[in-house]
Design a protein around this ligand. Structure first.
Ligand code: NAD
Length: 499
């Protein structure tokens, strides 16, 4: 029985260092609250540099043996872990839903199966990766000599993995799976806001027989445990998913230490509906893109841009869909829309909606906390905010420019393709974009011109794990996913053989 989850009424979570479950060296803890009720239901270690040092030592100690294993043996551990996730999926889904406020149906359908899929994908990918080989003919340079080059890729050592609260287990496994598959050992720092499933994962890792020290999880705050991990001199690789502000600090801190860094940051993603789009399908998808996980997904389509001929119809249709969402207890199977994940986040979302109203925004639905009367009694104090649809704002205002990361979607009309592109590209972000149109040429032309690392045409959130994932501009640096992740976690060495 997992030690930290033995008493479900109040959980005492622990760090997992060198294969042992331990509290923070200081003995300090942080409270963990349930978003649906606003009540504390667990404590998590409030770790600091001492705990990160211990974890890095354990990971360094485990590294030589782990990297020396044949890749199929490392993969076998990850596949066992994936199987254990499947076997424990109901428990994990409940833990994720309770910790984040997301509907249990979403955790069951997406978060937990995708966590297992991440592990399976990278366990397999690493065994099918092909090497690089360059056949050199001398280059036409006088005296140039023919040669063959081959490139070796080896693990880099200890990977530091820092993840956010919106998709806790999914994004944690997205990082640790490629790191471990390629032969690195890991120190991970999950979000202190949602530590529950990371803690359960450690228990499954122990069950899977993962050698001690290969995966270490240290819980705690960002500026304490997170910063200590970023600045640890023997952790040369940092992969971070979170806000742009923290990403900027990490880029600086890791940059001066010449670390390799991958930053998956915020977004303000456009969702473009052209006049020829099948409008019902486009609006169904736009509503999903705006409100899934209460709008707390970096890939959410938070700015809907609609051709002026369909604008009124789109505003009405999106507001109707938002009102129809079943808001309720995240633990209820029928709930489609749960609670925001923290009280400060709820306050941030509310502040943006107030600013929208002050800046002339027209509110079509939502715009306030969900009244307690509309919620089950257990959830009366929970952090619920109504799905909100706003139009009429200037594209330059802060509500249209800054990431809200909540259930707030704005609409803007456009006249033609050029204006749609100007609006779409007119923020500091460049993570994802969606286009709805039946015109094949236009779809490809617009996809090429968008400032976004990921473009979906006539769909949203379709995720093929082999594809590059990440953003441009202030949405990040580097890419994860598929071969990009295998490259990120390995050091290339070219070997040139003169012929
Ligand atoms: P956050 O930046 O506050 O925290 C993310 C993680 O970083 C947490 O584990 C936190 O403890 C840690 N952290 C905070 N300060 C740190 C520091 N100084 N040093 C090291 N670690 C530190 O982000 P959040 O509020 O947890 O998550 C929401 C943000 O994440 C949104 O901006 C969202 O767009 C972004 N996000 C991006 C992606 C993507 O793939 N691009 C995916 C999910 C979420």
């Amino acid at each position: 029985m997992p030690p930290s989850h033995a008493n479900p009424a109040h959980l005492t979570l622990l760090n997992y260092i060198g294969g042992r479950f331990v509290p923070a060296a200081s003995g300090q803890t942080l409270p963990v609250e349930e978003p649906a009720t606003a009540r504390v239901y667990a404590t998590t270690p409030d770790s600091g540099p001492e705990d990160i040092n211990a974890a890095a030592d354990a990971a360094l100690g485990a590294f030589p043996a782990w990297r020396a294993l044949p890749s199929c043996e490392r993969a076998a551990y990850l596949l066992r872990l994936a199987d254990l996730i499947d076997e424990t999926s109901e428990r994990l889904a409940h833990a994720e839903s309770r910790d984040t406020g997301k509907p249990i149906s979403l955790a069951r359908r997406v978060d937990i199966p995708r966590a297992a899929a991440n592990l399976r994908y990278f366990a397999n990918a690493v065994q099918h990766a092909s090497g690089e080989f360059h056949d050199f003919d001398g280059g036409g340079i006088p005296g140039g000599r023919p040669a063959i080059n081959y490139t070796l890729r080896r693990p880099r050592g200890v990977a530091g993995c820092i993840s956010p609260w919106n998709l806790p287990l999914y994004l944690l496994t997205w990082k640790i799976a490629p790191a471990l598959a390629t032969g690195n050992t890991v120190v991970a720092k999950p979000s202190e806001v949602t530590p529950a499933t990371a803690s359960l994962l450690c228990e499954l890792a122990a069950q899977a027989g993962l050698p001690p020290g290969v995966l270490n999880i240290v819980h705690g705050g960002g500026p304490t445990a997170g910063a200590a991990l970023v600045q640890h001199p023997r952790v040369p690789t940092i992969t971070f998913t979170g806000s742009t502000g923290v990403g900027r600090w990490i880029a600086g801190a890791a940059g001066t230490m010449l670390k390799r860094v991958s930053l998956e940051l915020g977004g303000k993603n456009p969702f473009i509906i052209f006049d020829d789009a099948p409008i019902e399908d486009a609006l169904d998808t736009a509503a999903r893109a705006a409100f899934t996980n209460q709008g707390q997904i970096c890939l959410c389509g938070s700015r809907v841009l609609v051709h002026e001929s369909r604008f009124e119809e789109a505003v009405r249709g999106l507001a109707r869909r938002a009102r129809a969402l079943r808001v309720g207890d995240p633990a209820d199977d029928a709930t489609q829309f749960g609670a925001l994940t923290s009280a400060p986040h709820l306050a941030k979302v509310a502040k943006y909606v107030e600013r929208a109203a002050a800046q002339g925004g027209v509110l079509h639905c939502g715009g306030a906390r969900t009244p307690a009367a509309d919620l089950p009694a257990r959830c009366a104090d929970g952090w619920f905010y109504q799905p909100t649809v706003i139009s009429g704002l200037s594209p330059a205002c802060d509500v249209e420019q800054e990431e809200i990361f909540g259930p707030v979607v704005t609409l803007q009309p456009f006249r033609d393709e050029a204006q749609a592109l100007r609006l779409a590209n007119g923020t500091p972000y460049g993570l994802a974009a969606t286009i709805f149109t039946q015109d094949l040429s236009r779809a490809h032309r617009v996809a090429e011109a968008l400032h976004a690392g990921i473009v979906w045409i006539n769909c949203w959130m379709v995720r093929d794990l082999r594809t590059p994932f990440g953003g441009m501009k202030e949405s990040g640096v580097g890419r994860e996913g598929g071969a990009e992740a295998l490259r990120f976690f390995t050091e290339p060495k070219n070997v040139c053989v003169g012929l």
